[in-house]
Write a protein that binds this ligand. Structure first.
Ligand code: PLP
Length: 405
């Protein structure tokens, strides 16, 4: 029996994998020590667990364990990377390059730096939400100190040409940060091969717990330095003070290990379901469009706009399915999607866009239910739409003269 509601919002957060939870539980119970306690076995057990987790995280990224700084999640990691570089390299320059489609956890720190006198270039994206390495190269100036571009977009799933961008940054001696929150555990992320200097990752987007993540900080070729945000006990080699969240870090480590070992299997499974759903929607409905890149795209992402339906009515019509919408009413910011707008998606298509986010625990039964109910809701709403009626009759809406009343 299908259990409602169905969770198709895996870009917002993911359920904790039972294997991750099992790994964490002893560190809430008998192994509750502080990893910084050097004088007794409670501390040693906690420190040993953190060491193992650090190795698991490093292995997912092809990094050295010494390059991992544990944080509270990607919002903190992005702040630490961007503000930390700005503070330490301000003598070298005050110019930063990012893109219009970044997460607020990158855009807002950049805005903050602008208020302190830094200059930020927000690269425009193409209609698939992609930037090119040429664009990045063209935006570089002698005073550019940082490029921050996300690995994969959280709304439309588009994957940037990260390796090409990393190469340009290396050639120009500019530090390259990537917010890889949506990509880690989903697609191969190799900081060496891709020339990444700083990378943000969050456990709860990859079947781990909320409130824990990491910042990868390159130690050689080149050695990257960041100023800390918190002053305190000097944990994490001075880059992030604060008692380590040992159970959370253990969970993050386990999530990284599973992400590495099961990446291909997860990818193939989720991609199969995504394509099943996409084909069904596009076979059975007209006037719908895919948002994001058809090819350079996360396997679990299906973002679609449905013309001639009203956005809010659409969300109400599929309320047994937990999804996100590009319209204002469902987002925390109370603004329509800045990502879809930057891609040049029209106002109506923004408001009728729905992000289906599939994951490791999504079933075929759930996807079939979601497709069926989405199709039914769209048909029902279009029956009420005079515009859809006119379009079906072959009237070109652009030529219609609307009379005032
Ligand atoms: C979720 C997300 C964040 C924020 O991560 P938290 O760990 O929840 O702070 C940042 N960037 C992207 C791309 C995300 O998807």
């Amino acid at each position: 029996m299908l259990k409602l509601p169905i969770y198709l919002d895996n870009h917002a957060t993911t359920p904790v994998d039972p294997r991750v939870l099992d790994a964490m539980l002893p560190y809430f119970r008998e192994k509750f020590g502080n990893a910084a306690s050097r004088n007794h076995p409670f501390g040693w057990a906690a420190e040993e667990a953190v060491t193992i987790a650090r190795e698991q995280c490093a292995q997912l990224l092809n990094a050295d364990p010494k390059e991992i700084v544990f944080t509270s999640g990607s919002t903190e990691s992005n702040n630490l990377a961007i503000k930390g570089v700005a503070e330490l390299y301000r003598e070298k320059g005050k110019h930063i390059i990012t893109a219009a489609t970044e997460h607020k956890a990158v855009l807002d720190p950049c805005k903050h730096l602008e208020s302190l006198g830094f200059e930020v270039t927000y690269l425009p994206v193409d209609r698939y939400a992609r930037v090119s390495a040429e664009q990045v190269a063209a935006a570089m100036r002698p005073d550019t100190i940082l490029v921050s571009l996300m690995f994969a977009n959280n709304e439309v799933g588009t994957i940037h040409p990260i390796g090409e961008i990393g190469k340009i940054c290396k050639e120009r001696g500019v530090i390259f940060h990537t917010d890889a929150t949506q990509a880690c555990g989903k697609v191969p992320v190799d900081v060496q091969a891709l020339g990444i200097d700083l990378l943000s990752l969050s456990a709860h987007k990859m079947y781990g717990p909320k409130g824990v993540g990491l910042l990868y900080v390159r130690r050689k070729n080149p050695r990257v330095r960041i100023a800390p945000i918190f002053d305190g006990g000097g944990h994490e080699r001075g880059m992030r003070s604060g008692t380590l969240n040992v159970p959370g870090i253990v969970g993050l480590g386990k999530a990284c290990e599973l992400g590495r070992l099961e990446m291909q299997k997860d990818h193939d499974y989720v991609f199969g379901l995504r394509e099943r759903m996409r084909k069904r929607l596009f076979d059975e409905l007209d006037y719908i469009s895919l948002n994001g890149h058809p090819e350079y795209r996360l396997a679990g992402n299906l973002n679609v706009s449905f013309a001639y339906v009203e956005g809010e009515a659409m969300m109400m019509g599929i309320k047994d399915i937990a999804v996100s919408s590009g319209s204002a009413c469902t987002s925390a910011s109370l603004e329509p999607s800045h990502v879809l707008r930057a891609m040049g998606v029209g106002e109506d298509a923004v408001h009728t866009s729905i992000r289906f986010g599939l994951g490791r625990f999504t079933t075929q039964e759930e996807v079939d239910f979601a497709a069926e109910h989405t199709i039914a809701a769209v048909r029902r709403l279009r029956e009420l739409s005079p515009l859809y009626e006119m379009v079906k009759e072959g009237i070109d809406l652009a030529t219609v003269k609307w009379s005032p009343h």
